[in-house]
Design a protein around this ligand. Sequence first.
Ligand SMILES: Nc1ncnc2c1ncn2[C@@H]1O[C@H](COP(=O)(O)OP(=O)(O)OP(=O)(O)O)[C@@H](O)[C@H]1O
Ligand SMILES: [Mg+2]
Length: 259
Amino acid sequence: MDITVIANQKGGVGKTANSINLAAAMAVLGRRTLLVDWDPQGHLTEATGVPESPDNKTLKQAVLGEWTGDPHELLVEYRPNLWVLPTSLDMFLLDKGLYAATNREMRLAHLLEAFDGDFDNGVIDAPPSLGIGTECALMAARRRPGKRGGLLIPVEAEDSSIRALRLLLRQIGQLSAEMRVDINVIGMVPSRFDVRDGEMVTGILEAFRALGNPPVVAEIRKRTDIRRAWRAKQPVVEYAPKSESAQWFLDLAKVVMAA
Ligand SMILES: Nc1ncnc2c1ncn2[C@@H]1O[C@H](COP(=O)(O)OP(=O)(O)OP(=O)(O)O)[C@@H](O)[C@H]1O
Ligand SMILES: [Mg+2]
């Protein structure tokens, strides 16, 4: 399974919407895809409408070794080719549990190895923080022999976005050095922006494009299709298959599948 994590410690930048729509585009392109709701807020589970895990069998318990059943029992089918590893009400205890655990940064990576033969692609929706949850997600998406994937960073067209990006890249540098791994930064995805907001937005977009490294690999504008698809608990490739937004995600999926 090639694993991609969608992360940015900034809140509300489009991590969850992009995770769902990217994964659904991969599924439409014929890839068996797993969506992982790794943000304790559980927005991905809510937005897909799949049921949360029952209290006696959860992602948090599996990651912390408190439940040792077959991890496949946690999966929920969402769409053809597309499965969700959903949240549960104990996810708020995840960070605390991880901090107390040995080999904590590798816990999610090791759990997801159980699905290596079942899926072509995994997409992890990371929490809005630079804490242990994000580190676990980054480690799961580290470079592995024969596997593709890496990190996608949705960015807002806001003045504070460049600083947020620098912080995230610095964290990745430190984590890679400490853990002796390589994390492939596939690129940035300016998201939820409206060019009608004028020069401030276009100026920041230009600044992102000019950075070059990481590259801008897609631009996902603010669209009512995306918001309505979310409310209808459908991916946009299904809700509005002929829309420009569906095409953006299909194009992004192709970039990520080749990363
Ligand atoms: N391109 C878009 N166009 C229109 N609405 C969008 C777009 N992307 C996301 N949204 C909407 O904006 C809201 C915030 O997006 P989302 O939840 O994906 O951000 P997030 O980074 O995951 O937030 P958090 O940091 O809280 O996890 C959601 O209601 C979502 O439906
Ligand atoms: Mg989110």
